[in-house]
Design a protein around this ligand. Structure first.
Ligand code: GAR
Length: 210
């Protein structure tokens, strides 16, 4: 089966959604390793509990972004992945890293891109009085949070939403759309072509039929 490496920094609830999809045979591939730049990330425990190799690669131990990304590239390439899925990996990647895996890098971001690139997306959407917010799965390019969008989920912002309630609503949608986008990619139905996403939405016959 196609091989996936997941990069995390924290809780790993999106990683869990991917692990759960795999356990239902709905991921279209296998998570072969999880790498975190934070040694105490809870997501590393989620990986171990699922029998997946969990690697802590703390960035403090490297003197530059380039040195860290070089080490990260080595760890990832050991696992020969078809896809690298960023799931709450809170580090800016160097051009060398992005170029190495170009077209095979997906990220999940807590906004309706191109709106609210960067951090604190929920607070900024609330402060703006936005009516809609959401989550995006996108291909990673050298432009931070700027790569082409593959799939989005929309949530309505209610008058009584707080940063916490909005985050909760958006994350629930993230957990739905990320496994779907990963599956489409691994099935070869979602591709980065030039600067654009192509999506083959021809319905597939059920497994075992032609
Ligand atoms: C998710 O909400 C993800 O969209 C966001 O971090 C959270 C990680 O949660 N990512 C970014 O902000 C990327 N810039 P998780 O560790 O529970 O999956």
């Amino acid at each position: 089966p196609p091989r996936v490496v997941v990069l995390i920094s924290g809780n790993g609830s999106n990683l869990q959604a991917l692990i759960d999809a795999q356990s239902y045979d709905e991921l279209g591939g296998e998570i072969v390793a999880v790498v975190s730049n934070k040694a105490d990330a809870y997501g590393l425990k989620r990986a171990r509990d699922a029998g997946i190799e969990a690697v802590a690669l703390p960035h403090q131990e490297y003197e530059s972004r380039e040195a860290y990304d070089g080490a990260l590239i080595k760890v990832i390439e050991r696992h020969e992945p078809d896809l690298i899925a960023l799931a709450g990996f809170m580090r800016i990647l160097t051009p060398i890293f992005v170029q190495r895996f170009f077209g095979r890098l997906l990220n999940i971001h807590p906004s309706l891109l191109p709106a609210y690139q960067g951090l604190n997306t929920h607070a900024r959407a609330l402060a703006d009085g936005a009516r809609e917010h959401g989550a995006s799965v996108h291909f990673v390019t050298e432009e931070l949070d700027g790569g082409p969008v593959a799939l989005q989920a929309v949530v309505n912002i209610a008058a009584d939403d707080t940063e916490a309630t909005l985050k909760e609503k958006v994350q629930a949608r993230e957990h739905l759309i990320y496994p779907i986008a990963v599956r489409w990619f691994l099935e070869g139905r979602l591709q980065l072509v030039g600067d654009d996403v192509t999506f083959d939405d021809t319905p597939l016959p059920p497994t075992g039929l032609r």
